[in-house]
Design a protein around this ligand. Structure first.
Ligand code: ZN
Length: 293
C-alpha cells in the first residue's frame, strides 16, 4: 500500500563528515533537441552550435576544473553522445570519473513504452561499457522523468543507483533501488538556460549570485547532516562568462573538510550497509486515494 508518512533520519556519514554530496555532469549537448524535434524534418543550426559547444569546449574545461580541485564526478552521458565522441569517454574515465547511463537521445520516459525503455537501456549499457572499459553502476533519467517499471529494469541490469527523484533529501530506496536524490535549485539549467527562441521565461541569472546561493544551500544541508547532488551541463556552465564562478564554488566544496564529496558508485557502496527509508512509485490517482473515482 502507498505510504505517505515515512520518516527518514539523517544518514551517519563516515569519519565525522557532516554531509555528503555528488557532483554530476550531464553531457546532453544536442540530444534533448534530437528527441524534442524527432518528428521535424530539420533542426535549428544555431541551437545545434550552442549545444555542441558543450562537447567542444565545455567538457574539457570542466575536466580541468575538477582536476585543479581534485574532485571526482559522475558524467551521465546519453549513449548517442558517447558513440559520437569515444575519445571524450576515454578522457573522462582516465581522470578517474564515473560514467553513468542517461538514455540514448535523452528520451522522455513518459513518452516511451517499457519495451522501448528496455531496448534503450540494453544498448546504452553495452555502448558505455565498451567505450569506458567498465560497466556503469548509475542511472539518471533524461529530464528527471520517471516510470514505475524503470527501477525494476535497472535492478535487473545490475545498476546500483538512480539519481532522478526528489522524494527525500537524503538517499533512500525506490522500488528497492537506491535513489541519490536531485534538486532543481542545485541544477545549472533553470538558472542559466537561454535559447533565444522567445520562449525563455527570464534572462540568464548572474552566476556569482547563483553559486553563492549554492554555497548557502550546501551549508543548509550540512546543518541537517544531509545529502546533495550538484547537476551541471557542459554547454551551460562551461561557458567562460560563468565557469570561473563555478570553479570557485568547486574549490570551496573541495576545501571543506566536513563535506564528503563522492562519486555515485562509491556512495552506493557505503549506503549498501545502511537502513534507508523506502518508497514505491505512484502512477494513478487510486494508488494514493483508493476512493478516487
Ligand atoms: Zn540530461
Amino acid at each position: 500500500m502507498y505510504q505517505q508518512y515515512n520518516t527518514g533520519t539523517a544518514v551517519a556519514w563516515p569519519q565525522g563528515y557532516r554531509a555528503a554530496g555528488m557532483i554530476s555532469v550531464d553531457v546532453d549537448t544536442v540530444t534533448p533537441m534530437l528527441w524534442r524535434e524527432r518528428h521535424s524534418s530539420s533542426l535549428s543550426p544555431a541551437e545545434v552550435e550552442q549545444r555542441l559547444f558543450g562537447i567542444r569546449q565545455g567538457v574539457p574545461r570542466i575536466l580541468s576544473m575538477l582536476q585543479e580541485t581534485n574532485l571526482q564526478a559522475v558524467f551521465f552521458v546519453p549513449s548517442a553522445v558517447a558513440e559520437l565522441n569515444p575519445q571524450m569517454i576515454r578522457d573522462i574515465v582516465s581522470e578517474g570519473h564515473e560514467i553513468g547511463v542517461h538514455g540514448y537521445i535523452h528520451e522522455t520516459l513518459s513518452e516511451i513504452s517499457s519495451a522501448e525503455s528496455q531496448e534503450i537501456l540494453n544498448r546504452s549499457l553495452q555502448t558505455l561499457t565498451e567505450l569506458s572499459g567498465q560497466k556503469p553502476v548509475g542511472y539518471r533519467s533524461p529530464s528527471w522523468n520517471m516510470s514505475s517499471y524503470l527501477p525494476g529494469q535497472l535492478r535487473q541490469l545490475g545498476i546500483r543507483y538512480d539519481s532522478s527523484l526528489m522524494g527525500y533529501e537524503q538517499p533512500y530506496k525506490v522500488e528497492e533501488l537506491l535513489e541519490l536524490p536531485v534538486s532543481w535549485y542545485l541544477d545549472d539549467a533553470p538558472h542559466f538556460i537561454y535559447l533565444g527562441d522567445g520562449n525563455d521565461p527570464h534572462a540568464p541569472k548572474d552566476s556569482q549570485a547563483v553559486f553563492e546561493g549554492w554555497r548557502r544551500a550546501v551549508n543548509g544541508v550540512k546543518h541537517y547532516g544531509g545529502y546533495f547532488s550538484i547537476t551541471v551541463h557542459p554547454w551551460i556552465v562551461g561557458r567562460m562568462e560563468r565557469c570561473r564562478d563555478f570553479a570557485e564554488f568547486l574549490s570551496w566544496l573541495a576545501n571543506d573538510p566536513e563535506l564528503w564529496i563522492q562519486k555515485g558508485g562509491d556512495l552506493a557502496e557505503y549506503l549498501d550497509e545502511l537502513r534507508l527509508p523506502s518508497t514505491t512509485l505512484v502512477e494513478t490517482h487510486a494508488q494514493i486515494l483508493p476512493a478516487f473515482k
